[in-house]
Design a binder for this molecule. Structure first.
Ligand code: NOJ
Length: 735
């Protein structure tokens, strides 16, 4: 498929001339109108909405979600307004539209950029067919703390994986002519370091050094823009004391200075007026002045630009060129999307929505996102003719499979584990002798965790024990409902909800082996479960094909291949927890007092990159092509690191082979490990494969406190590894 997302923003003289000619005819109110965006749910309640569009007093909407309505709005904008400028229609199309894919964090566990690109393309097709041509995605905030609900929306804790996922998703969303005649533009968010908030609390504060900004939080944004992202969204938090949506360094120094971004920046919802609540702006006028001078071009939902820009201009507090620059960028996106020529969407495209191929991809994506964490005595895959007890409300709750941000997903489209088992009963290789279900616990009804967890229900518990006793094996579906994850849904407790723990403990007493299926939008702490249960499959919120994908893995027709894109903790008290931490001065090896918790193991429960399959894969014979290469940042010298990967089992498997390095001594000491590459490979039974990774000195540097990317001579350790703890280790030097 032709994909020119990379060149999406390329400046084109004819287009720029078209923009100039439109702008020459625009009145100030029309320019300001272009800089104003409202949600359709809100705007449609204004009795004068048609007239407002006709007069060019609004340039963009969000969350319209209906093709006919979009066409009606565009008709007024393009045929009845003075200048005929089409509207920009945005929405949060985060992990699919009607075809809901696993949450992005789950899909990141696939370590499969082609898959991420393909699912973003499907999302773009369905959204375009529904009239939305601008997605507020991908969310590319590196997140180190699972208390933060929005960790569900991104690719996890790692910079390298974060960059790859960001670029893949931008390419997918911005596939040219994803449906004939229509292209979508993406909006990476939230600029920047929104995932670094203290306490894992949303809309809060982050303190991040410049070196860390450049090493960890900015690279996914750079990668997204290099992949051609046309727009960007501001963030809600304060960064080093300054609200991110009014942060001159982020915008003037980095985005427009060093990166020369020519696209459009939209404020997050009401982020402009929040500058007042954040203590930066004294009033609405000042908030608008700060936002415009920072470089925010389009105001989502605060009405600030609409109500205050003219007055600020009159009082000479802002320069008219800032308004012109914003309008130029907004019109540029509308032209690049072809909205002037094709503002309407024909109904003939709707057949893509929830079509068979999209469902198939959603199933593949869910299969590849599921991570097998434990499999004692090869209890999985399930054996034929077992008596199965399916226990736990989440095995039957279709809506809970969809995850956060499923704006157009429908519970009725989703397949639960129970439905998959029922529909496959006859032709499943399991030929289960019996399948019984017990609900065991109630799901919280309200939106928030703390005050809405139902008590343990003794009747449900008794029923669950009865069902368990009649079985050979228990499949226990547990975890958090979707409404506990996502925006503004942060948690201080990462354990399974108490009633679920109580049921599990009671089920343990039956002596039946238990397979735990975890549904979650974040890393949960499963220390007790890991010590006591036979098997754990981490399913995230897997999307509409949840049940089919899980059953494919339980049956063994699919060999699990997901790897953790975030570290799983033992306890919430370890947060923030991530594999690329720096080494402590007093480690265990030094004896005496050292970096540790006195009440619990200090290290994680399962490391980043970890995941089992039903095969045994061995890593052998690490070789490094040279022991020394030039340390010069611009040197073209590279070294090859090789290992032999052997599938010692008698079934096909997928292995995600990972390359890590550690710079042993540096002027700013480096993390204990950093991921520098991975390869997701298929291995046939008994197959041996030589894998080669390449490294150059420019892969091995870091930013100093002046913000300059440097490399330093010295010793490096390198691993080819199945996860961020294990692996074959070697060393080389930069000279
Ligand atoms: C606020 C969220 O922070 C942002 O991610 C989202 O795109 C907007 N609301 C629009 O829904």
């Amino acid at each position: 498929m032709k994909n020119s997302s990379k060149n999406f923003l390329a400046i084109n003289t004819a287009e720029e001339a078209q923009i100039s000619s439109i702008m020459a005819r625009m009145e100030l109110s029309e320019k300001i109108g272009q800089m104003h965006q409202l949600s359709w749910q809100f705007f449609s309640k204004d009795q004068n909405w048609e007239q407002i569009i006709r007069e060019g007093r609004i340039g963009a909407l969000l969350s319209v979600r209906d093709r006919d309505t979009v066409n009606r709005l565009q008709k007024i904008a393009t045929e009845e307004s003075r200048l005929g400028i089409p509207l920009l229609i945005g929405d949060d199309v985060i992990h699919g539209l009607r075809t809901v894919f696993p949450i992005p964090l789950g899909e990141a566990a696939s370590f499969n950029p082609e898959l991420m690109e393909a699912s973003a393309r499907v999302a773009a097709k369905e959204a375009l067919a529904s009239g939305t041509h601008w997605t507020f995605a991908p969310m590319i905030d590196i997140a180190l703390d699972s208390r933060w609900g929005r960790i569900a929306e991104g690719a996890g804790e790692d910079v390298y994986l974060g960059k790859i996922a960001a670029a893949a998703r931008v390419r997918g969303f911005q596939t040219e002519n994803a449906i004939p005649g229509h292209t979508m533009v993406s909006c990476p968010k939230h600029f920047a370091a929104y995932g670094a908030m203290e306490g894992g609390l949303d809309y809060y504060h982050a303190e991040v050094s410049e070196a860390r900004m450049r090493d960890v939080y900015l690279p996914p944004f750079k990668a997204a823009l290099e992949a051609g992202a046309g727009t960007l969204m501001s963030a809600y938090h304060t960064l080093n004391g300054i609200p991110a949506s009014g942060h001159q360094w982020l915008y003037q120094q980095i985005l427009y200075g060093e990166w020369d971004f020519q696209g459009l920046v939209v404020s997050d919802w009401n982020a402009i007026y929040q500058l007042i609540d954040q203590g930066m702006a004294a009033d609405k006028s000042e908030a608008v002045e700060i936002a415009l001078k920072t470089g925010l071009h389009l105001d989502m939902q605060s009405f600030g630009y609409l109500n205050k820009l003219a007055e600020l201009l009159q009082n000479k507090r802002i320069d008219p060129s800032l308004i012109d620059d914003a309008v130029r960028r907004i019109l540029r996106i509308k032209i690049k999307l072809g909205l002037f020529e094709r503002p309407f969407v024909s109904s003939e495209h709707s057949q893509v929505i929830l079509c068979v191929e999209h469902r198939e991809l959603a199933r593949k994506s869910a299969q590849q996102s599921i991570v097998l964490l434990k499999n004692e005595s090869n209890i999985l895959p399930l054996k034929p003719r077992q008596k199965l007890a399916i226990i736990g409300a989440l095995a039957k709750e279709a809506g809970e499979m969809l995850g956060t941000w499923n704006t157009c997903g429908l519970a009725e489209d989703a397949i639960t584990l129970w439905q998959a088992l029922e529909s496959r009963q006859e032709h499943s290789p399991l030929q289960a002798e019996s399948i019984r279900y017990a609900q065991a616990y109630e799901l919280p009804k309200a939106n928030y965790a703390s005050d809405s967890i139902p008590e343990l229900n003794q009747e449900l518990l008794a029923e669950a024990i009865k069902v368990a006793e009649q079985s050979d094996i228990i499949l226990f579906a547990a975890g958090e409902p979707c409404s506990w994850s996502g925006e503004a849904h942060c948690r201080t407790d990462l354990n399974l909800p108490k009633p679920q723990q109580a049921v599990l403990q009671a089920l343990m007493k039956t002596g039946k082996p238990i397979v735990l299926l975890v549904f979650a939008g974040r890393a949960l702490s499963l220390e007790w479960e890991s010590e006591n249960l036979a098997s754990i499959l981490y399913c995230w919120h897997p999307g509409i094909e949840a049940g089919n994908a899980i059953l494919d893995i339980l049956e063994g027709s699919i060999n699990p291949s997901g790897r953790l894109p975030i570290t799983l903790p033992r306890h919430v008290g370890q947060m923030p927890l991530y594999y690329h931490q720096r080494l402590p001065g007093r480690s265990r090896d030094n004896g005496g007092n050292h970096t540790r918790y006195v009440d619990r193991a200090t290290y994680e429960l399962y490391p980043f990159g970890f995941g089992l399959s039903y095969s045994q894969v061995k890593y052998k014979e690490l070789q490094i092509s040279k022991s020394r290469i030039s340390a010069k940042v611009d040197s073209n010298e590279w070294l090859e690191i090789r290992a032999e990967i052997v599938n010692e089992s008698n079934r096909d498997c997928v292995e995600v082979v990972q390359l890590y390095v550690h710079d042993v001594a540096a002027s700013i000491p480096r993390p204990r490990r950093e991921l520098k590459g991975f390869q997701r490979i298929n291995l046939e039974p008994g197959e041996k494969r030589q894998l080669v990774f390449r490294l150059k000195s420019s892969d091995l540097g870091f930013h100093n406190s002046q913000g300059i990317y440097i490399t330093e001579p010295g010793q490096f350790q390198v691993w080819i590894a199945p996860d961020s703890r294990l692996g074959l280790k070697g060393e080389f030097w930069l000279d």
